[in-house]
Design a protein around this ligand. Structure first.
Ligand SMILES: C[S@@+](CC[C@H](N)C(=O)[O-])C[C@H]1O[C@@H](n2cnc3c(N)ncnc32)[C@H](O)[C@@H]1O
Length: 366
């Protein structure tokens, strides 16, 4: 079942009228999906996770990875019609890719996680040559495309962070809820895991990472406690880290005190912010004119990077007080259909808690 594609102009006017948070519409991403109530029920169940025995259209539903976030908005923004080529840099379980393929686009689906790639390749195998799975890092988008004889694409999608599957798989060591070896590598070919970071980095480096990537104000004390603990014995498991952090940060709410520290370590292990910056810069070179850049972020650090990049790249002129007049901006490469981030609506958030902090930003190559 396919989400009807709406033209850009309709989207822009919806955004302008949607209010400050750009939380669009009611019920279902603010978009009239279909005039056919049966079709609409199928689409709703697919997108917002309403389980229904009646509509078993995903054969591998039980192995489900996670629901594609802001799916209708992505489809409308990317207009994934036949003949278009779209780079999905965060293939994950293939949820977004399946939607894009379903409309006829060719998708180059990239993920650095071998397990995700295997799963999505199986799920999307029936699309044949329309789908190209690639194991790689989206920071290398230019060379990945070149290796497959492509220099330009019509869209680039990044749905950042870890998948529910990675979080739920205790062995991957991403979650503070499960006791496991400290790992957190999205790409298991890397020889740098959370264990190396926590046991080898200096106290200053640990404090910086926990402060910058976890926005944890008690970063210095946590770093000191980590160093104290590892002097006695190497830190090896997620529960050991939870316990060490708990010595410094008391539990005062439902939120686990180690949440920010885990986020910080994961971002550092996977160099998530550096790679994002790299991919954004490269998007200029790989997107064809009119190509759409769509980025879904989940925390303010990522969103700030995307917002600043898009602002810098979307002003035709730049000005400084000391200049007599504005000058042309050599970095003017994108137009922004909406300056605000687009957030999922309440029904999507209640059906899919992972959507809670999601923000989508869009830019169109000039
Ligand atoms: C949130 S999930 C994507 C879910 C996907 N959009 C879907 O609908 O199923 C993020 C995925 O991106 C992958 N990933 C994160 N950073 C990456 C990077 N720099 N390069 C390649 N893959 C990355 C993760 O391994 C994970 O599988």
């Amino acid at each position: 079942m396919i989400i009807p594609i709406k033209p850009w102009l309709d989207l822009i006017s919806e955004d302008v009228s949607a209010g400050s948070a750009a939380r669009l519409g009611t019920g279902y991403a603010g978009v009239a999906l279909s005039s056919d109530p049966v079709a609409e029920e199928i689409d709703r169940s697919r997108l917002v996770g309403v389980s229904s025995n009646k509509w078993q259209f995903e054969s591998n539903r039980m192995e489900f990875y996670h629901e594609p976030i802001l799916a209708a908005r992505i489809v409308e923004a990317m207009q994934p019609l036949q003949g278009k080529q779209i780079f999905d840099g965060t293939l994950g379980g293939g949820g977004h890719a399946e939607l894009l393929l379903g409309h006829g686009a060719h998708v180059i689906g990239c993920d650095q996680d071998e397990e995700a790639l295997g799963y999505a390749s199986k799920r999307l195998g029936h699309f044949g040559d329309q789908f190209l799975p690639v194991r790689g890092n989206f920071g290398d988008v230019d060379s990945i495309l070149a290796d497959h004889g492509l220099d330009r694409v019509d869209g680039m999608l990044l749905d950042l962070g870890v998948s529910s599957r990675q979080l739920d798989n205790a062995e991957r060591g991403f979650s503070f809820r499960e006791d496991a070896q400290l790992d957190m590598r999205m790409d298991t070919r890397s020889d740098f895991s959370a264990k190396e970071l926590l046991n080898e980095w200096s106290e200053e480096e640990l404090a910086r990472v926990i402060f910058e990537y976890g926005e944890e104000r008690r970063s210095r004390r946590v770093a000191r406690e980590i160093v104290k603990a590892r002097e006695k014995k190497a830190i090896e498991t997620t529960f050991e880290l939870v316990e060490i952090v708990g010595r410094v940060i008391p539990k005062t709410s439902a939120k686990n005190p180690a949440t920010r520290v885990f986020q910080a370590v994961r971002i550092a292990v996977n160099r998530e912010l550096d790679v994002l910056e790299q991919a954004l810069e490269k998007s200029v070179g790989v997107l064809a004119p009119g190509g759409v850049l769509a980025i879904i972020t989940f925390h303010s650090l990522e969103d700030r990077i995307v917002k600043q990049f898009m602002r810098r790249m979307s002003s035709p002129f730049v000005d400084r007080p000391e200049w007599p007049e504005p000058k042309e901006n050599p970095d003017y490469h994108f137009n922004l259909p909406t300056r605000r981030a687009i957030a999922p609506d309440e029904s999507e958030v209640s059906a899919n808690p992972r959507a809670r902090s999601a923000k989508l930003r869009l830019a169109v190559k000039v």
